[in-house]
Design a protein around this ligand. Structure first.
Ligand SMILES: *[C@@H]1O[C@H](CO)[C@@H](O)[C@H](O)[C@H]1NC(C)=O
Ligand SMILES: *[C@@H]1O[C@H](CO)[C@@H](O)[C@H](O)[C@H]1NC(C)=O
Ligand SMILES: *[C@@H]1O[C@H](CO)[C@@H](O)[C@H](O)[C@H]1NC(C)=O
Ligand SMILES: *[C@@H]1O[C@H](CO)[C@@H](O)[C@H](O)[C@H]1NC(C)=O
Length: 425
């Protein structure tokens, strides 16, 4: 993985000219000039003749697409994250968990015994527009000769598996493969020379939880300034999708500033994990400024994926079952409360804003609110059990319910539909 070009800190162009359009800025001005003239002509000659107006409109779209700004209206004119879930058992599900070649057992709810299947039949409907359908061929063409990497924790892996399942059925078996090398899983679509990867880095920076299979859940040690060890594996990607939330939720972490993780005499500082998160985001921000070629790479941040491990989230303090046995969506009334962890949200948004001020655009995919409705959509007990269950577990299903990850097909497919919309529209 080649090291990217030198620092790209000071970006001179103005915000009126978005960074991913830089090459076409001058064209854009030419287009605006032409369009103004056309409008003037249309207005003065015959403002009421519909045909004339239609012609002007189609010329306008011709010029705006040649300036590279094609369809950008969908995202700027419509809040894709504000909407409702609509039951749709006609067009959904797009795939079956049992037929996806690269499914993870942890997420294959139907295959592992879930009988109520309504969780597969909900599509997200923004209030003011329709989400484009996820078209596997279109996204593969977009990713031709490119690499997209999801970087983060198991929620991002959940989204990665969803992404692969959404596209893989359109590719013949000899033209696709999955490889795993340490922290990096890579799906490769040969005909397109397109790679979709997932890189395990739950704290983004180096930590004692970096082993993707065997990580310490307790006693977490985070080396707050060390990101290069992971970053070198994704610095050259064309599209990067980050998340980091879940691992910061619980209590304190041990922080190491400079010394190596392996040094038995390293001096630790015990720190509140949210405070540590802010420091790590600062490390990450510096890494982005120093390593990302912003004329080439697109960046996304996935907002917090909500858990349903407490029924108080949907206003049922008396329900001890968490998400177990939940088959219905939460209602808007039930969710009337503040979202999960406003402090972490604030820190994240401010890191993204600070990068924006320095010319680096990151799209924040605000999936928290829409996912909160979906208390029905977690695996709970319907997933691959890696170890045999004990008798006391079997007697108490809640004790081994997963109310954090999401069944596939399901909610992460919608996250990917949103990502798709940002990439193609
Ligand atoms: C879709 O759902 C409706 C309402 O629940 C039901 O009547 C219909 O049979 C379902 N169709 C399919 C194809 O499952
Ligand atoms: C395949 O894609 C990679 C980027 O992911 C690129 O570096 C390489 O040149 C491409 N190969 C061909 C044959 O186009
Ligand atoms: C789960 O839901 C079903 C149907 O709503 C109900 O009959 C059953 O008692 C519930 N199970 C538990 C453990 O509450
Ligand atoms: C995220 O979306 C929710 C609606 O689901 C909205 O209330 C909230 O303001 C949004 N937050 C940000 C930071 O955009």
């Amino acid at each position: 993985m080649a090291k990217k070009q030198e620092k790209v800190v000071d970006v001179p162009w103005s915000s009126s000219c978005n960074w991913w359009l830089v090459g076409s800025c001058s064209l854009q001005y030419v287009a605006i000039f032409f369009v103004s003239i056309l409008f003037t002509i249309a207005f003065y000659t015959n403002a009421n003749r519909e045909a004339g107006i239609l012609q002007t409109v189609s010329l306008l779209s011709f010029y705006s697409s040649s300036s590279g700004e094609k369809h950008h209206d969908l995202i700027s004119n419509c809040d894709l994250f504000s909407g409702t879930w609509v039951y749709d058992n006609k067009s959904l599900p797009v795939y079956k968990d049992s037929s996806c070649t690269f499914m993870f057992g942890d997420l294959a709810c139907e295959q592992y015994g879930r009988k109520d299947l309504d969780y597969q039949y909900w599509r997200w409907q923004p209030h003011n527009c329709d989400l484009p359908k996820f078209d596997a061929k279109a996204i593969l063409n977009k990713l031709r000769d490119k690499r997209l990497v999801f970087v983060g924790d198991s929620l991002n892996r959940n989204q990665f598996v969803s992404f692969v399942c959404l596209i893989e059925s359109s590719i013949p078996s000899s033209f696709k493969s999955m490889t795993t090398r340490k922290n990096l899983n890579s799906f490769y679509a040969k005909e397109y020379n397109a790679t979709i990867g997932f890189y395990w880095a739950p704290f983004l920076v180096e930590s004692n939880s970096d082993d993707p299979a065997n990580h310490h859940e307790n006693n977490r040690v985070v080396r707050v300034h060390s990101i290069e060890k992971h970053g070198k594996y994704w610095a050259a990607a064309d599209i990067l999708v980050f998340d980091s939330y879940l691992w910061w939720r619980a209590g304190d972490v041990k922080v190491i500033w400079e010394s190596s993780l392996k040094n038995p005499n390293a001096v630790y500082e015990i720190m509140d994990s949210r405070k540590c998160f802010a420091i790590v985001l600062n490390t990450w921000t510096k890494w982005v400024l120093g390593n990302v070629d912003s004329s080439k790479t697109r960046l996304f941040w996935m907002s917090m994926s909500p858990t349903h491990s407490r029924a108080s989230v949907w206003g049922r303090d008396d329900n001890p079952l968490q998400c177990y046995n939940e088959t219905q969506l939460a209602t808007k009334e039930q969710l009337r409360r503040r979202g999960p962890d406003p402090e972490m949200l604030r820190v994240t948004v401010s890191a993204i804003e600070s990068l924006k001020k320095r010319g680096i655009k990151i799209d924040f995919l605000n999936i928290t609110g829409l996912s909160e409705y979906r208390k029905d959509a977690h695996p709970s007990i319907y997933r691959k059990q890696w170890r045999p269950l004990t008798e006391s577990q079997l007697a108490d299903p809640v004790s081994y319910s997963d109310c954090t990850h999401w069944c596939l097909p399901g909610v992460p497919d919608v996250w990917n539909q949103l990502l798709y919309t940002y990439l193609l529209y």
